[in-house]
Design a protein around this ligand. Structure first.
Ligand code: HXC
Length: 257
């Protein structure tokens, strides 16, 4: 897989996508979003891949949507092109996707991290929604996903003032799943990705779908959805293998069937 704005590296069952626009601190331009969707589409279709990690550079996961590309756009242009609608497709992917965030994750960069299933952060990570400083507002789901992640108080604070959260505050607020020293972020994230990729892929995909349901429906409907999916997993060979392996005191060998 060759792209201009991304690097893709596959190691056994884990794919690592590295945003690669260092001259613009990985600002998200239309080409990057399009290439990211192409890469995710190909990895989703590849049966070998069990987990995907998305990362940036040591200085910036992504410093936002590309301000220079957006600055002169008119309302009819952004409306007709449905600017950033393509980014929503990232959230519809079905395989587990972890964001490994070092440095700046601002504006669209923070929103991109929020489109992933969980965020692992370096201790130098900085999260923010500074769109208000540009006279605009978050446009890739920040007012919605950030609010669901950290609650109204912190989301209002970040979106209205544009201030940045450091990694420790982001972990306390529930934005981030784990924090690591910057030098070990990638190694630790890839380690977690390998753990996930060794599981039964139908099970991890069902878990992802079920957890995401919690954000889209009532508790009763969410529990009903989980119960139906839980019943369905008994149709997989991996359920038989996982439970047999437990009884036989051995490691399960999942076949994703
Ligand atoms: C385009 C960007 C950029 C961005 C940085 N660059 N962020 N280009 N879009 N979002 C470019 C700079 O112009 C500069 O290019 C180069 O990257 C290095 O950045 P510097 O500013 O020189 O680095 P530094 O002084 O270390 O400051 C880092 C920074 C700052 C604090 C992250 O770059 C910054 O504030 N960036 C903008 C953050 C932001 O407002 N993001 C929200 C964007 S709006 P040159 O050519 O000068 O070297 C958004 C909307 C989403 O995301 C929703 C859409 C609807």
């Amino acid at each position: 897989m060759t792209f201009e704005t991304l690097l893709v590296d596959i190691q056994e069952r884990v794919a690592l996508i590295t945003l690669n626009r260092p001259q613009a601190l990985n600002a998200l331009n239309a080409q990057l979003i399009s290439e990211l969707n192409q890469a995710l589409g190909q990895l989703e279709a590849d049966p070998r891949i069990g987990c995907i990690v998305l990362t940036g550079s040591a200085k910036a996961f992504a410093a936002g949507a590309d301000i220079k590309e957006m600055a002169e756009l008119s309302y009819p242009q952004v409306y007709l092109d449905d600017l950033f609608a393509e980014a929503d497709r990232i959230a519809t992917r079905r395989k587990p996707l972890i964001a490994a965030v070092a440095g700046y994750a601002l504006g669209g960069g923070c929103e991109l991290a929020l489109l992933c299933d969980m965020i692992f952060a370096a201790d130098n990570a900085r999260f923010g929604q500074p769109e208000v400083n540009l006279g605009v507002l978050p446009g890739i789901g920040g007012t919605q996903r950030l609010t669901r992640a950290v609650g109204k108080a912190k989301a209002m604070d970040m979106c209205l003032t544009g201030r940045q959260m450091d990694a420790a505050e982001a972990e306390r607020a529930g934005l981030v799943a784990r924090v690591f020293p910057a030098e070990s972020l990638l190694e630790e994230t890839l380690k977690a990705a390998r753990v996930i990729a060794e599981k039964s892929l139908p099970a991890t995909m069902m878990i992802k779908e079920s957890v995401n349901r919690a954000f889209e429906t009532t508790l009763a409907e969410g529990i009903r959805f989980e119960r139906r999916v839980f019943h369905a997993v008994f149709a997989t060979a991996d359920q038989k293998e996982g439970m047999a392996a437990f009884s036989e005191k051995r490691k399960p060998e999942f076949t994703n069937r």
